[in-house]
Design a protein. Structure first.
Length: 125
């Protein structure tokens, strides 16, 4: 979507993609695997939700568990945050050994090869 076709709503452009990222720290490798298993169980249904473009979970070598969702629009994410499914996600976060890191990134534009062409054309000038 181009920004010229989007409308500013005070926070982001309507139609902007939103990414939710959660970082969980577990007390042990076993706890990390349990958190990961629970998140993957929840992911099965998430991918079917309207507007969900991506949902992933993985562990880092140090046992940190990472979870990420990408939503087509802020409205899709808002609907999700108000759902019982998000309540389940909050419950998983409470099982971590430390308070979770939660971040919402609002992406206002997507570009593809047109961006590469634009940047490379500027370099040639």
């Amino acid at each position: 979507m181009s920004l010229s076709h989007a409308e500013w709503n005070g926070w982001c452009y309507s139609g902007c993609m939103v990414r939710l990222t959660i970082v969980l720290r577990a007390a042990s490798t076993r706890s990390a695997q349990e958190l990961l298993g629970t998140l993957r169980f929840l992911m099965g249904n998430r991918r079917l939700d309207p507007g969900c473009e991506e949902c992933t979970a993985w562990t880092e070598p140090d046992g940190t568990v990472r979870y990420s969702e990408a939503w087509a629009t802020e409205a899709d994410l808002r609907r999700h945050v108000q759902s019982p499914a998000f309540t389940s996600l909050l419950a998983v976060m409470e099982c971590a050994s430390e308070p979770p890191e939660v971040q919402f990134d609002f992406v206002t534009a997507r570009r593809g090869l047109d961006y590469v062409a634009e940047v490379r054309a500027e370099a040639e000038r």
